[in-house]
Design a protein around this ligand. Structure first.
Ligand code: 5AD
Ligand code: SF4
Length: 455
């Protein structure tokens, strides 16, 4: 076989879905750049377009095929354009994607990322339409240092892939497969290289990150080992599972100054009966106990959660139990979703009889209540000084910067662009439910102790 030709051209990766997918896109981009491709700023410029899809909620397939359809003219003008379907829809639909759309050139599951170069080469060689859905151990083999990370001082690091749980609503075990952890030595080596490259915050990723296990090393021990790395001032991990959040993990959060005082701990429902129908493996009481322990051991910890509204046969009373839990716990952030039956999951077998209007009413009620809670909690911070790590420009621009506190709150404030990537001290001047407004603290808001020079 002749050696692959170096690629010339431009690429675009579009990402839907969770942090895992965002980081997978960074890995895909890294491989494309190794092959010689440069980033494109629009589909019109691109020679390779990868759609990194998500199927967690509704209309994933429609979204994919309508996006593919939008490239019809481009592809007619430029038949050499390569369009790849990656991510969780690719994993679920496999080859059938080609039957529904003539526009896709390759289909690749999340576990097959390492195969991208050979698949592209195959398409370029003979325009055949390769499919690779990967193997269990492949996904974790990727050397994270090859990823092309988004600019900024924060880096994702995949420590495990897959999920062994059987939550009845969830498609993830189907798309991401069984759990597999990255060897602890490799995680440490990757983290060390990230620190040497100037990253000051690392977020460990895994669908069920609390179940991380490499030999005798569990997540608590891994956090303690990472804590010793010089330069890494902030560590986070996501996503946690209430039934796997061990005392050892919470104690590591207490003992390690670099582990941030924030935890995303999806509860899904405040009703024991619904949790049972979801097969979540914990009761509302057990969940509350975890929260109590977290708050006792990690003072000032911010908590966020996910809620599914309108799970099959959810009664008004069961819904009210969720509201009661939210009122009692007072989360700092809640991501709430309408239940969406996913083909092939156990819950999708139960008739979804609750009218959509009713589900929407419940969701709106929950969200309105939660916004008040967040406004109140954020309001308490007005007048205090917080440490932020500056990510970049604020969403609304106009010369404002955006930073994040250790508790994962977004703070917008005025400051020079050169501060991006640095830590600063900011006084909170006003609060919104989802963000804070601040001003650089006087006299020296800038923390010169560490200046990040990430690559
Ligand atoms: N319907 C609605 N929400 C869902 N989630 C997962 N599966 C479904 C579904 N079928 C939500 C859960 C999960 C988050 C990532 O997405 O709340 O924690
Ligand atoms: Fe979407 Fe789940 Fe796949 Fe992430 S793992 S991209 S949330 S389906």
């Amino acid at each position: 076989m002749s050696p692959p030709r170096p690629a010339t051209g431009r690429y675009l990766v579009e990402t839907w879905g969770c942090q895992m997918n965002t980081h997978d896109s960074e890995k895909l981009a890294g491989l494309l750049e190794e092959m010689g491709y440069l980033p494109a700023s629009s589909p019109h410029q691109a020679d390779v377009i990868l759609l990194n899809t998500c199927t967690i909620r509704e209309k994933a397939e429609e979204k994919l095929f309508s996006r593919l359809g939008s490239f019809r003219e481009l592809k007619a003008e430029r038949p050499s354009l390569i369009i790849g379907v990656c991510g969780c829809v690719a994993q679920q639909e496999g080859e059938s994607i080609f039957l529904r759309s003539g526009l896709a050139d390759l289909v690749m599951g999340p576990r097959a990322i390492n195969s991208l170069p050979s698949m592209l080469e195959q398409v370029r060689r003979d325009r055949s339409r390769p499919v690779d859905l990967g193997r269990r151990e492949d996904s974790i083999r990727f050397d994270g240092h090859r990823a092309r990370r988004a600019p900024g001082p924060r880096a994702y690091l995949t420590v495990m892939e897959g999920c062994n749980k059987t939550c009845t609503y969830c498609i993830v075990p189907t798309t991401r497969g069984r759990e597999v952890s990255k060897e602890a030595g490799e995680v440490l080596a990757e983290a060390r290289r990230l620190a040497e490259s100037g990253y000051v915050e690392i977020e460990l990723l895994g669908q069920n990150v609390n179940a991380y296990r490499s030999g005798l090393v569990h997540l608590g021990r891994l956090l303690r080992d990472l804590q010793r790395l010089e330069g890494v001032r902030r560590l986070r991990f996501t996503t946690s599972h209430p039934a796997h959040l061990s005392g050892e993990i919470i104690e590591a959060m207490r003992d390690c100054p670099s582990v941030c005082e924030h935890l995303h701990l999806p509860v899904q429902s405040g009703s024991g009966a619904v949790l049972e129908r979801m097969q979540r493996g914990y009761t509302p009481r057990r969940y509350r106990e975890r929260i109590d322990k977290l708050r006792a051991l990690v003072p000032g910890i911010a908590l966020s959660t996910d809620i599914i509204v309108g799970f099959p046969e959810e009664t008004e009373e069961e819904f009210r139990e969720t509201l009661a839990l939210l009122r009692e716990v007072e989360f700092d952030q809640v991501y709430s979703f309408l239940y969406s039956p996913r083909p092939g999951t156990a819950a999708a077998e139960t008739a979804d009889t609750l009218p959509l209007e009713e589900k929407k009413r419940r969701l709106a009620e929950l969200q309105a209540m939660q916004l008040e809670i967040q406004a109140r909690r954020n309001g308490r911070l007005v007048g205090t000084e917080v440490e932020v790590l500056i990510d970049g420009a604020a969403r609304l621009g106009n010369g404002r910067l955006k930073g994040r506190t250790r508790t994962n709150r977004v703070v917008n404030f005025e400051g020079p662009e050169e501060m991006v990537g640095r830590f600063a001290r900011v006084t909170v001047v006003s609060a919104n439910p989802n963000s804070l407004e601040g001003a650089l603290a006087e006299p020296a808001g800038l923390d010169l102790a560490r200046i990040a020079v990430y690559k």
